[in-house]
Each structure stands twice: as structure tokens, then as C-alpha cells.
Design a protein around this ligand. Structure first.
Ligand code: HEM
Length: 514
């Protein structure tokens, strides 16, 4: 017993010192929005968790330089009585860390910096040491595989991935179809199912992609990460090493790793003893490209789980929001379906060229995502070295930064009539001379930062964009869609901390086309 108490005491003391050294807020002479934290940091009981949107909108209205037009808040009524924070920087304690919120005009100051200076914070935001998310700190392999092989092979994977998603959809429809040849089903879970099957085809190939244990492992891991993070965030970070081993969620995620190893190890061994380049999937690219510690079989399994986490719920939520917008504005359905049919009339085999022809569909997806982003903040990064900004302020090493992009997407300075849904907004912008390649859903810029910003922005964005189009084709080419009878309004999205959640219970009704 006394050994246990001593061990707990030493672990707590060490993590407290680590905490003070690594994350204790440093002094920086910029304004603060919202309360400061206590000396131990914040937990999910903090003010931010329940008031995040309010704080971010307050920060935005204050940090904006002199404004020509008022900012229209969706949910709140702020009078712009102050332009106090003209330089566009302020400090904000979030659930997990003190961050400097950096406005779009400073993005260029980070562009030329190496990845090692402007580091991802996924590990610290998602309890890395307890969830396996610390793999992003250890390796750039996942980034390289998505930016390289996956993006280069979209055209070759498009048809098999479409077939996989369509077959999952048919099976689902067949099981639940009612007498009027329609199916009513919750849209977000449906998208999770379709995206998981499509991703599995691209990530592990035809041999494993229909294995129910693999499919539930691929999606379940994200939920496990969320559960462990939520459980730990109820406690101050300094206590995480002590609390984690007692959490049910922690034991569940360990079991998930064990099952993932059981499923992938034999496949990796078989692939290693076979010829290279025989398989067009992520697993093969990881096996062929991993060097040094990344090549350990365990690490390849960790990379696969991380990639599923990065790819499935994000893409599914964006796709679910697109379908909800289509139900709310059904006039667009026939327009997008016509575009898809015309693209396929030219060549029935789906390729990259087919997807590139879907410019109206791309615009609709982008507009839906502009108004329904996955969170309030983006470009969540940790500075491992000081960075001097163009206004002369130097952000010290160990600063966490974020860009609060949610209010920017609703600002008339950037988008005329920002709260109006205009599905062809970006299509029309692309029609202008010399702009044909701009304003795509997968494009990045400091004013459209939902993929992150700069050369280390989401490397899976071209795939995500292609996949959402493939899913929409699988649905719109065979089905009409709408809300359940009597529903006219879209469901509310819910803000929790830095996250913005889509309804998990909202139903969609699919009806077979005549
Ligand atoms: C619509 C869906 C998606 C959204 C909104 C999204 C968004 C993001 C964002 C905001 C980041 C952080 C970038 C930064 O901080 O600069 C990120 C990172 C990442 N995403 Fe995505 N993503 C999506 C889909 C995907 C897909 C489908 C894949 C893989 C096929 C993927 C792979 C990754 C990876 C590997 C990283 C980490 C990159 C690194 O190690 O630096 N994402 N994503």
C-alpha cells in the first residue's frame, strides 16, 4: 500500500513539474478574452466549455481592425463598441490549454516555418499518451502517405471506392426499405457507415474491407479516443497519469489496439513476404515507405488507426451536413444530379476527370462546409521556437496558437450576404477569368482555413473532397432525398468547447428514383 502511495506521489509530482515546464502560460503582452485559468489549468468544467462561441465572437469583434460592415452573429448580438485589439491577437483559455488566437492576417508569418517549429497539437488535445494520438508527434509518415500516394491515386481508386460505397448503400436500403420503396434512417450514422466502407476499400484493400471486425475497429477507435479524452478532461492535466489507468475507457482503447493488431499483423506479414506494389491501398504504401521505427509492425497499426481517425468522422460529418443542406434546399438536388449524369455520359468509368467535372457539386459542398464547419477553431499549433509576427510581436516558444475561423466565415467583409446559403457561390467565383482552379472545396487559403493553412494543412483534403463526391453520386443517382414528413427546418448544431456537433439523430428519407 505504502509503495502504491509513494508511486502515485512521485508520478503526480513529476507530471506537475512537466506541466509547469511545458504548458504553464507564459507572459505575453496581449489582451485576454474570458477568464484566466487557475494555476493547474482548466478542465471540461471550465467557463470556456460552456461559453466558447460567446468568447470567440467577443474576441473576433474586438480583434477586427476598423470595420466597414457589421459582423453578423448567428446566435448572439454583439454591439461592436470596441476596436481595442486592433493587432488581431488575444489570449484565450480553452478547455485544454491557454492559446494565442491569431487572425488571418498573420497566417503568412507562419508559412515558411518548418513543421518542427509549428507543430500539430492533436496529441495534447486528444490525450496522446493514453490514446495513441502521440503518433503524430513521432512521425510524419501519415502526412506523407496522404499528401503523396493517396492523393496521386484518387483517379485509380475512384471507381472501386464508389462501387464499395454503393454496395453498402444498397445492402442497407434493401434491409430497411418500406412499402413505399423508401428508407428513413439517421443521416450521420449512415454517412459513417458509407465512409467507413469506402475508406476501408482504399486503406486495407478488398481482402479486409468487408470484415465486420475491421469496420468496427476503424470507426470505433475514434469514439474510444473521444471517450478517453472526455474522461481525462474532467480532471486537471497534471492528474492524468494517475487517473488514466483507472478509466474504463482507457481499458477499452487498449482492447481496441489489441484487436487491430490481431487483424492487421497477419496481413502485414503476408504482404511483406510478397511482391511490392501489388496492392493499391494505404496499408501497402505504409509497408513500402516506412523506415526505421516507423516500420515496426506495431507502429504501422498505430498509423492505420490514426489515419482512420483523421479520415472517417470528419468526412462523414461534412457529408452529413451536405445531405442536410440538400434536404433543406431540395431545388439543388436535380441540378447536381444532372451534372453527375452529364459527367458520366462522357465516360461511365469514374475517374479523376469525372470528379473534376463536378464543379457545381464541389461548390455546394464548400458552401455547406463554410456554414457548417466542424469546429470553431483551426490551425491549432504549438510553437517549439519563438516566432516573430509582422506586427513586431514575438510569440515565445511553447505558445499554443489557433485561428478562430468560425466568425470569419460569417463576416460580410469576406462573403457577401454571409448567412445566406448560396450553393453556387463558389461555382460563380470560379467562372471568372483566371479563377477556374480557385475556390475549390479542397483549396486552402487564410480566409478559407478549414483544412488548416499552408503547406502542412490537411494532406487528406483531396481524398476527402473526392470521397464526398463519390458518396453523393452513389446517393443522388439512385435516390431522391428529404427530411421526414412535416420537418421543414434544419436541426440545430450544438457547440461544446471548441467543437461544433451535427445532430446524430436527424433522419433522412431516401426514396428510390422511378
Ligand atoms: C472533410 C474532412 C476533413 C477535414 C475537415 C479535415 C481537416 C483537417 C485539419 C483541420 C487538420 C489539421 C491541419 C493543421 O493543423 O494545419 C487535418 C490534419 C490531418 N488530416 Fe484531415 N481532414 C479531413 C479529412 C481527412 C482525410 C480523409 C484524411 C486521410 C485520408 C485526412 C488526413 C489527415 C492527416 C494525416 C492529418 C495530420 C497531418 C499531419 O500529420 O501534419 N484528413 N485535417
Amino acid at each position: 500500500m505504502s509503495t502504491l502511495i509513494l508511486t502515485l506521489f512521485i508520478t503526480s509530482s513529476l507530471s506537475f513539474l512537466t506541466y509547469v515546464f511545458l504548458v504553464y502560460p507564459r507572459k505575453l503582452d496581449i489582451p485576454r478574452v474570458g477568464p484566466s485559468s487557475g494555476s493547474l489549468g482548466n478542465t471540461s468544467m471550465s467557463y470556456f466549455q460552456g461559453h466558447s462561441l460567446e468568447l470567440i465572437e467577443e474576441g473576433y469583434t474586438k480583434v477586427r481592425s476598423l470595420q466597414s460592415q457589421p459582423y453578423q452573429s448567428c446566435n448572439l448580438n454583439f454591439s461592436i463598441d470596441s476596436v481595442k485589439y486592433k493587432d488581431g491577437l488575444y489570449s484565450l483559455w480553452t478547455t485544454d490549454m491557454d492559446r494565442v488566437i491569431v487572425s488571418a492576417k498573420f497566417m503568412k508569418d507562419f508559412m515558411s516555418l518548418p513543421r518542427s517549429t509549428v507543430r500539430l497539437t492533436a496529441s495534447i488535445r486528444h490525450a496522446g499518451p493514453y490514446t495513441g494520438m502521440d503518433i503524430v508527434e513521432e512521425s510524419g509518415l501519415q502526412f506523407d502517405m496522404c499528401a503523396g500516394q493517396l492523393s496521386q491515386n484518387i483517379g485509380r481508386l475512384a471507381q472501386p471506392v464508389f462501387d464499395e460505397a454503393a454496395s453498402t448503400l444498397h445492402a442497407k436500403f434493401g434491409k430497411g426499405e418500406n412499402a413505399s420503396r423508401s428508407l428513413s434512417t439517421p443521416v450521420f450514422p449512415l454517412m459513417i457507415e458509407l465512409v467507413t466502407s469506402a475508406i476501408a476499400r482504399a486503406f486495407v484493400g478488398p481482402g479486409l474491407c468487408r470484415n465486420p471486425e475491421w469496420l468496427s475497429t476503424a470507426t470505433g477507435y475514434t469514439m474510444d479516443v473521444a471517450k478517453v479524452t472526455t474522461d481525462l478532461n474532467a480532471h486537471y492535466r497534471v492528474f492524468h497519469p494517475v487517473v488514466a489507468p483507472f478509466l474504463k475507457s482507457y481499458h477499452e482503447i487498449q482492447a481496441r489496439f489489441a484487436l487491430a493488431r490481431e487483424l492487421l499483423f497477419p496481413l502485414i506479414e503476408t504482404r511483406r513476404s510478397g511482391e511490392r506494389n501489388q496492392h493499391l491501398d494505404m496499408l501497402q504504401w505504409l509497408i513500402d515507405s516506412a523506415k526505421g521505427p516507423d516500420a515496426q509492425t506495431d507502429k504501422i497499426v498505430g498509423s492505420m488507426l490514426f489515419l482512420n481517425m483523421a479520415a472517417i468522422h470528419t468526412t462523414a460529418e461534412v457529408a452529413a451536413n451536405v445531405l442536410i443542406e440538400l434536404c433543406a434546399q431540395p431545388d439543388y438536388v436535380s441540378m447536381l444530379r444532372k451534372e453527375m449524369r452529364e459527367a458520366l455520359d462522357e465516360d461511365p468509368h469514374i475517374s479523376l476527370a469525372t470528379l473534376n467535372k463536378l464543379k457545381k457539386t464541389d461548390s455546394f459542398i464548400k458552401e455547406s462546409h463554410r456554414l457548417n464547419p466542424l469546429g470553431l477553431m483551426t490551425f491549432n499549433r504549438y510553437l517549439s521556437a519563438p516566432v516573430q509576427l509582422s506586427n513586431g510581436i514575438t510569440l515565445p516558444a511553447k505558445t499554443y496558437i489557433s485561428m478562430a475561423h468560425y466568425p470569419q466565415q460569417r463576416d460580410p467583409e469576406f462573403y457577401p450576404a454571409p448567412l445566406d446559403f448560396d450553393g453556387m457561390r463558389f461555382f460563380h467565383l470560379r467562372q471568372k477569368e483566371g479563377k477556374g482552379d480557385k475556390y475549390q472545396f479542397a483549396s486552402i487559403s487564410s480566409t478559407e482555413p478549414w483544412w488548416g493553412v499552408g503547406k502542412f494543412a490537411c494532406p487528406g483534403r483531396f481524398w476527402a473532397s473526392a470521397q464526398i463526391k463519390l458518396l453523393l453520386m452513389a446517393i443522388l443517382l439512385e435516390f431522391d432525398l428529404g427530411f421526414p414528413d412535416g420537418q421543414l427546418e434544419k436541426p440545430e448544431r450544438v457547440v461544446a468547447g471548441a467543437g461544433l456537433k451535427t445532430s446524430v439523430t436527424q433522419h433522412i428519407v431516401l426514396k428510390r428514383l422511378k
